[in-house]
Design a protein around this ligand. Structure first.
Ligand SMILES: Nc1nc2c(ncn2[C@@H]2O[C@H](COP(=O)(O)OP(=O)(O)OP(=O)(O)O)[C@@H](O)[C@H]2O)c(=O)[nH]1
Ligand SMILES: [Mg+2]
Length: 309
């Protein structure tokens, strides 16, 4: 799916013209470094799901930031991963490399204080001549700021980065400085999206993602990775949205874990997902969630395509 290059019809609150910059910026990095948290904090709303577990993000998700002098279309990507092989993981890694070729700039997210082999594998993906800003994230965990200097020196030797900015996505520290560095790498041009647009993903996609987020947050280590979510029906009834979602799992035993005793866990997944939907969509949501077993879905090319991967 190519990134759209359309020109917005009406752009309120912005002053396109001389000095206005606009473009796409990929957010890449190994799993769990805080890419999606960073995207959400830059945008000011949750458009990309997050959790403590690695490999939460599975799709390319855009988050649009429009200021008086720039529009940056950030593209969150799945954590690039080198350990587990499945067709799903192959697709996710491919989404990262394709995205790198399509964007004007890249934000490489690393954890402040440590550069791992997995980080170095991501740096090797960077095309020669790419414009890349490093976000050294989670500085709130870092007591000693001087400890970042050797890491910054090592990074500078690995790739000619345009800038290295220590930030905290969660505590919203230095995000303006990061945004300014990204803006400087974009071409001059008019905005692509309207000033009030925050993502190019539709409500149907976001609804499925919010359900998936709760599974990642509420369940243990196994089930989230064996799970995908599809929205089967999405209907508007006046101001009410009526949404029917299905959670697909790999095995029967996982269905029982998802449901929990008396269906309690399922109820919690659905009710917390509904709260997120109502907040983002700005209206009441009726959400019904079913669980189905579809063995081997993560290695079935036809099913992966049907599930939007
Ligand atoms: N302390 C601290 N934690 C953070 C910060 N940013 C993100 N996190 C945490 O890091 C964990 C992973 O965050 P995500 O945003 O889901 O990470 P990701 O890089 O998108 O992960 P994948 O999608 O799995 O590749 C979550 O528990 C976040 O709360 C930060 O600035 N400080
Ligand atoms: Mg993510």
């Amino acid at each position: 799916m190519p990134l759209p290059r359309r020109v917005a019809r009406t752009v309120a609150d912005t002053r396109p013209g001389v000095g206005f910059r606009c473009g796409y910026a990929a957010i890449i990095g190994r799993p769990n470094v805080g890419k999606s948290t960073l995207l959400n904090r830059l945008v000011g709303q949750k458009v990309s799901i997050t959790s403590k577990k690695a490999q939460t993000t599975r799709h390319r998700v855009t988050g649009i930031v429009t200021t008086s002098d720039a529009q940056v279309v950030f593209v969150d990507t799945p954590g690039f991963q080198t350990k587990h092989r499945s067709r799903l993981n192959d697709r996710m890694n491919r989404a990262v490399t394709q995205c790198l070729a399509d964007v004007d700039a890249t934000v490489l997210v690393l954890e402040a204080g440590r550069t791992t082999d997995a980080d170095r594998a991501v740096i090797r993906l960077l095309p020669a001549g790419a414009r890349v800003v490093v976000a050294l994230n989670k500085i709130d965990r870092q007591k000693d700021r001087d400890a970042l200097l050797p890491q910054m020196a090592e990074l500078a030797a690995l790739y000619p980065f345009s800038a290295i900015v220590p930030v905290s996505a969660e505590k919203e520290r230095a995000l303006d400085a990061l945004l300014a560095e990204v803006r400087a790498l974009l071409p001059e041009g008019d905005p692509i999206f309207g000033a009030d647009e925050i993502t190019d993903r539709d409500e149907r996609f976001l609804a499925a993602e919010f359900v998936r987020e709760k599974i990642f947050r509420l369940l243990g280590e196994e089930v989230p990775y064996a799970t995908t979510v599809a929205v089967e029906r999405f209907e508007h009834e006046g101001a009410l949205r009526r949404i029917h979602a299905t959670i697909y799992v790999d095995r029967e035993s996982q269905r029982a874990i998802l449901l929990g005793a008396g269906g309690e866990r399922m109820k919690e997944i659905a009710s917390t997902a509904r709260v997120d939907m109502e907040r983002l969509f700005g209206g009441k949501v009726f959400l019904e969630v079913w669980v189905r077993v579809k063995g081997g879905w993560a290695d079935d090319e036809a099913l992966l395509t049907r599930f939007g991967y």
